[in-house]
Design a protein around this ligand. Structure first.
Ligand SMILES: Nc1ncnc2c1ncn2[C@@H]1O[C@H](COP(=O)(O)OP(=O)(O)OP(=O)(O)O)[C@@H](O)[C@H]1O
Length: 228
């Protein structure tokens, strides 16, 4: 469960990116965040994985109060939230297996459990046969699937994706959407900031539109609503 009450975010340079956001997202929802460039979409999602701190207001995520959370609790909080980026952010010198295992090694999981879980998530994203490859040996769509596998390795309750299909062609983007849909079908909340009109209008979900730091539209099975 995600809840924001009257959330404001002003960056140190004085730019106010969020202007009093109120929202409630239930466990298991699939939500698109849309809006013009510079509207505050990335800021909105960054607050949710604590990449940025709100200036004021209240953010509750899975019973963590992000205004009150202590620095030492943040790594524990982040295990509840998987993140997928537009540019994949895979480590180029590591194999696919190692890129994914890394997230479990840092929490000192046993080697046996690590192996089992990495192969499970590679199966989920259909890349079991690429475990020994390095990222540059994979297509863009495959690299993005690896980053999704990495995001779900800890069984997070929420997966946040900031423009995950931004670097991919339309056909590959559809594959990626199907992967997110199957993750969502298992009960994981998915939040996706996107500029893709075709995806939003094809895979109908809740649509939250942000303009000038405010939620201006919130519709169940909504449309993208902007010209591209
Ligand atoms: N780290 C930062 N420091 C200062 N200002 C920032 C920072 N990050 C974003 N901003 C500003 O905050 C506003 C909202 O930016 P944000 O990245 O959240 O928008 P966005 O809707 O995600 O845009 P886009 O669709 O272009 O990615 C913009 O005016 C931007 O310049």
């Amino acid at each position: 469960m995600i809840e924001m009450e009257n959330v404001y975010k002003t960056y140190p340079n004085g730019v106010t990116a969020l202007n009093g956001v109120n929202v409630k997202i239930d466990q298991g929802e699939f939500v698109y965040i849309v809006g013009p460039s510079g509207a505050g979409k990335s800021t909105f999602v960054k607050l949710m994985y604590r990449e940025e701190k709100p200036s004021s207001g209240k953010i509750m995520i899975n019973n963590y109060d992000l205004m009150e959370i202590k620095e030492k609790e943040i790594p524990f909080f982040r295990r509840n939230v998987g993140v997928v980026f537009q540019d994949f952010k895979l480590l180029p010198k590591m194999t696919i297996y190692e890129n994914i295992a890394f997230a479990l090694e840092v929490i000192e999981e046993s080697p046996r459990n690590i192996r089992k879980r990495v192969m499970e998530v590679l199966e989920t994203v259909g890349l079991k046969n690429k475990a020994r490859f390095t990222p540059n040996e994979l297509s863009g769509g495959e690299q993005q699937r690896v980053s999704i596998a990495r995001a779900i390795i800890n069984h997070p309750k929420i997966v946040i994706a900031d423009e995950p299909t931004g670097n991919l062609d339309p056909e590959t983007s559809l594959e990626i959407m199907k992967t997110f849909e199957s993750i969502n079908a298992s009960g994981t909340t998915v939040l996706m900031a996107t500029h893709s009109k075709s995806i939003v209008n094809r895979f109908k979900k809740r649509v939250i539109a942000i303009e000038s730091g405010l939620i201006v539209r919130d519709e169940h099975r909504g449309e993208y609503g902007y010209e591209v």
